[in-house]
Ligand binder design. Structure first.
Ligand code: GDP
Length: 520
């Protein structure tokens, strides 16, 4: 039944309307199966109560990590990406677990920096993107301007799927090109409350009955230009990530939301084959495989337990099943998985490719791990990024070394930071790709580990993972011991004073690869 799964994320710049759209998608999706709502028996009950407790104590919404809803026989798994301005690895990894994405753009602002970064991440994996131009109920830029910007800035073919009749105060409705259906505001709130009319094309006289004369003229003029000026919808080009269908709408006023759900159902791909060490693993393969793309630790301060989020790639997962994590080598029984999709709202017992499973554990499962029944595959493509900001961690209370090490290990496993243990010297170095991660680190060290520490400048600019034959490695280390560190897995890392330094060393040591990413 993998053909009926759609696993996707929403990418946007803060304030574009991701939260509002998410709510409206869930509402329209009708049957909302959030984990906390799942009524369960037996073992499942325990998972559920753990869950509720976790949410209360941490004050964060764990359930919002994965939101599942069903409509017309399709199961939608919406994965939340953290909404910070800063690009974080957590966000990147979440995007490795989706098959498509909705890109939300504020009609007044166009493409903003975060949208672009997230888009580039999607492009790396050719993730198909549906564009939603939000807030047409407000004065925005001309629709053409936004579409052209998407096409130019992101180098994508664009295909407008619907068209706004005016914007802001002049907004009279949305016209759907395919069906000829016009959706219009009604009531005091001017929201979409189901008022629609059907028309046989843009020339239909019936349009004149429901729009102002100015509105009709405008729609005919603009829509004709739009249809002539942009690409036709091409499913293959969309699924290859070369073309984006563009929907206008208003999340707040519920315009364009149903159209978006229908578009995901009709066009977005079902679970795709996933790249692994053994070639692509097809969702239809019998053996269960999946990978961990996110770990949330310390959701319960008393227990130090954590939830690993696994994307199922093949096979049908059943509660209690034994799977072997690639990092461990021996199978573990998954007794109390959190299944986000409950078949009959009573008990969630199984999951299909494309679904996400939350696995409570005590630190055995890590981001990037593959879990499988077959124990001979490893999913690839979940890289670490070379950090752009490096800092030394200095303890105010030197007796807390052990706690600090534990904290840094935990947080690096979660993807909050990367940690490097220098071969010489005692100040550990942490690396991040965005400033915000530093603040998160300090506050979590204090709140969760009772470690009082501060950060100081490190004499390094960047880090590179070293890959190459043992002899070449040993020779390099004998000359550069002072700049060598190990990452959390014990992998050798060259701490470089500048990117020039990296180039220089690379020239001197052609046998070694100075890698800016590390595949797990
Ligand atoms: P996020 O930061 O992307 O999650 O954005 P939010 O969903 O929190 O929305 C940011 C602000 O924009 C909020 O004040 C929303 O009420 C508002 N907003 C979201 N969608 C719309 C829309 O379609 N029209 C209008 N006028 N405001 C919207």
């Amino acid at each position: 039944m993998t053909l009926n799964r759609r696993t996707f994320a929403i990418i946007s710049h803060p304030d574009a309307g991701k939260t509002t759209l998410t709510e409206k998608l869930l509402l329209q999706g009708g049957a909302i199966h959030l984990a906390g709502e799942v009524k369960a028996r037996g073992q499942a009950r325990r998972a559920r109560s753990d869950w509720m407790k976790i949410e209360q104590q941490r004050g964060i919404s764990v359930t919002s990590s994965v939101m599942t809803f069903q409509k017309d026989g399709i199961v939608f798994n919406l994965l939340d990406t953290p909404g910070h301005e800063d690009f974080s690895e957590d966000t990147y990894r979440t995007l490795t677990a989706v098959d498509s994405a909705i890109m939300v753009i504020d009609a007044a602002k166009g493409i903003e920096p975060q949208t672009r970064k997230l888009f580039e991440v999607c492009r790396l994996r050719s993730v198909p993107i549906i564009t939603f131009v939000n807030k047409v109920d407000r004065e925005g830029r001309a629709a053409f301007e936004t579409i052209d910007e998407v096409a130019d800035a992101l180098a994508l073919d664009v295909c407008p799927m619907n068209w706004p009749v005016g914007m802001g105060g002049e907004f009279e409705g949305l016209y759907d090109f395919n069906s000829g259906r016009l959706s219009q505001p009604s009531g005091d709130s001017k929201a979409f409350e189901g008022k629609t009319s059907d028309h046989e094309g843009l020339d239909a006289a019936t349009l004149e009955e429901v729009l102002t004369p100015a509105g009709v003229n405008r729609l005919r003029e603009e829509a004709e230009l739009a249809q002539a000026g942009y690409s036709d919808f091409d499913l293959t080009a969309f699924q290859n990530g070369d073309l984006t269908p563009v929907y206008f709408g208003s999340a707040l006023k519920e315009f364009g939301v149903i159209e978006l759900i229908n578009a995901i159902a009709a066009y977005a791909p079902p679970p795709r084959p996933q790249p692994s060490s053994k070639g692509n693993i097809d969702p239809s393969e019998k053996e269960v495989t999946g990978f961990i793309f996110k770990v949330q630790a310390n959701m319960d301060p008393q227990h130090r337990d954590r939830i690993a989020f696994m994307r199922l790639c093949s096979g049908t997962f059943k509660r209690g099943m034994k799977l072997t994590p690639s990092g461990l080598g021996k199978p573990v029984a998954i007794h109390s998985p959190i299944l986000f999709f409950a078949q009959d709202r009573e008990i969630a017992d199984s999951a299909e490719p494309g679904d996400i499973i939350g696995i409570p554990n005590h630190g055995t499962l890590r981001v990037g791990d593959t879990l499988s029944e077959r124990n001979d595959v490893r999913f690839t493509g979940l890289p670490n990024f070379a950090p752009e900001i490096l800092r030394r961690v200095v303890l105010r209370d030197p007796t807390k070394t052990k706690q600090l090490r534990k904290a840094l290990d935990d947080l690096s496993e979660e993807g909050v930071i990367q940690v490097f243990y220098p071969e010489i010297g005692s100040n550990w170095v942490i690396g991040v790709v965005g400033q915000l991660q530093l603040d998160v680190l300090i506050s979590r060290l204090e709140a969760e580990y009772k470690v009082d520490a501060f950060l100081e400048a490190a004499p390094y600019d960047t880090a590179r993972w070293l890959i190459g034959p043992d002899s070449a490695l040993a020779q390099f280390v004998s000359f550069n011991g002072g700049n060598m560190a190990k990452d959390r897995d014990g992998h050798p890392v060259f701490m470089a004073r500048s990117s020039w330094d990296v180039g220089y060393q690379q020239e001197k040591h052609p046998d070694l690869k100075f890698s800016a990413t590390k595949e797990r």
